[in-house]
Design a protein around this ligand. Structure first.
Ligand SMILES: Cc1cc2nc3c(=O)[nH]c(=O)nc-3n(C[C@H](O)[C@H](O)[C@H](O)COP(=O)(O)OP(=O)(O)OC[C@H]3O[C@@H](n4cnc5c(N)ncnc54)[C@H](O)[C@@H]3O)c2cc1C
Length: 415
């Protein structure tokens, strides 16, 4: 276990429970403490990945400062968390708190929008390795991670935005939006898929839109009170409706709402297309009145990176491995990033060099993500089929889809 634990207190402001400091204070502090040489981490991004990484580092004995552009804004909707995500939450010692706001789902099923027939069903309580499979509001997950990180006393927040990340003189250097710089030993880039950290690791001009940022699909996200929908939407199941060129997913959340995501090809008429898709089966038509309020989110295609590290900048979460949502693994893999790094750092002796750990960890994560991403891409391509291919898909799924799905998910969730 690393011996350098350091508690820092700064002038606080804003959000209850969070210690926030100004960028200026932090620069002064960084300069004043260079001689005591505790290993300092900065994390860009206060999303699921950023908070999980901060918690994972704290559990391994390190201090971390999160650069967060905003105080907690309303975080809508939910995520499904599979057994592999729960194993990571357990390692981060936040599983008990997380469980309080989780809905255990007992069934995963795929249905045809054209016929309403069930194509595949997977019992989630059947085998220990398929459980727990849950839904959870994003707000609950984020709050659990924040509270656990705060309780360690080793995580603090800077209210600022990262403008540029670089490595200078063997240290990570952040230039913040107010022009000040913030130095640390390592920078974890959890500032998402088009953030400054990914630009740095990819050696791209931060002002340019990367050529891989093309959205061929778009998701429409809705959160609707269960009371406004027929009771079947509250069934404790993850339900996927497969249509002609698109699909709809819904599952219940613990706050009495239903999380709904509809995905179709990106086009100016995408919303109208979703409306037609919802109108194609009576079970889905109750969702149509809620479509006007749906949040539209392009699903960008991304190059798979060969490394998540450049110098002292290391990527995590969507910044490292943006993932199509079709296997519900993006947030889960962000938690696994944090848990696996934490595990490796915990094994270090005091004064051990961290560089080989990052080299090994990023190589392992790149390898693991490659196959998960490939499976998610395959699922996305299958969900997007239209015309005769969609009919063939439905036939295939209803004939031999069950064992195929079981094999694939059991392997994924035990990884
Ligand atoms: C439709 C849909 C459904 C999904 N469903 C699931 C699911 O069921 N299960 C699952 O596991 N995953 C799911 N995902 C994936 C999951 O949402 C993401 O993988 C996860 O949110 C990634 O977290 P993150 O922290 O890496 O990125 P984000 O949540 O994007 O957070 C990035 C953070 O970086 C901050 N940031 C950005 N720029 C800067 C800057 N310049 N300086 C400082 N901070 C900055 C942002 O403010 C934000 O707080 C889904 C995704 C989509 C699109």
């Amino acid at each position: 276990m690393v011996s350098f634990k350091r508690l820092v207190y700064y002038g606080t402001e804003q959000s209850p429970g969070l210690t926030r400091l100004s960028a200026q204070d932090e620069c002064i502090d960084a300069m004043a403490t260079t001689t005591s040489a505790p290993t300092r981490f900065t994390i860009a991004g206060d999303g699921i990945a950023g908070r999980a990484m901060a918690l994972g580092l704290a559990r391994a004995g390190f201090t971390a400062t999160i650069i967060a552009p905003d105080a907690d804004t309303a975080i809508e909707g939910g995520v499904q968390l599979a057994p592999n995500s729960w194993a990571a939450l357990q390692h981060l010692q936040v599983d008990d708190a997380a469980r309080d706001g989780a809905v255990p789902l007992s069934l995963m099923r795929m249905l045809s929008i054209n016929t309403g027939h069930s194509l595949v069903q997977l019992g989630l309580n059947d085998r220990p390795r398929r459980s727990p499979y849950t839904s959870m509001t994003r707000a609950h997950l984020m709050a659990c991670l924040r509270d656990a990180a705060t309780a360690t006393g080793q995580v603090s927040w800077i209210n600022a935005s990262l403008a540029e990340a670089t490595t200078s003189n063997g240290r990570a250097q952040c230039t913040l939006d107010d022009g000040t710089t913030h130095n640390s030993d390592w920078l974890i880039g959890a500032d998402s898929l088009n953030g400054a950290c990914r630009h740095y690791v990819e050696a791209q001009d931060a002002s340019a839109i990367p050529p891989d940022l093309i959205a061929r699909r778009v998701a429409f996200r809705m959160v609707v009170a269960s009371a406004e929908l027929p009771p079947r939407f509250a069934t404790r199941a993850s339900t996927v409706w497969l249509g002609d060129g698109g699909h709809v997913v819904h599952y219940p959340l613990a706050d009495g709402t239903v999380n709904i995501v509809a995905v179709v090809a990106q086009s100016p008429s995408a919303r109208a297309r979703v409306k037609r898709m919802l109108g194609a089966h009576a079970s889905l038509t109750p969702l149509i009145p809620h479509l006007d309020g749906a949040r539209e989110q392009p699903l960008f295609d991304h190059l798979h990176l060969d490394t998540y590290q450049r110098g002292r900048v290391v990527l995590a979460g969507d910044a490292a491995h943006p993932m199509p949502p079709h296997l519900a693994q993006g947030a889960g893999q962000s938690l696994i990033d944090a848990a696996s790094l934490s595990q490796q750092l915990s094994r270090l002796e005091a004064d051990d060099d961290l560089a080989p750990v990052f080299t090994r960890w990023t190589a392992e994560r790149v390898r693991a993500i490659r196959s998960i991403r490939a499976s998610a891409d395959r699922a996305g391509a299958m969900f997007a089929m239209s015309g005769p291919m969609a009919r063939l898909r439905n036939l295939g799924l209803s004939t031999f889809g069950g064992p195929m799905l079981e094999r694939q998910l059991d392997e994924l969730w035990s990884s």
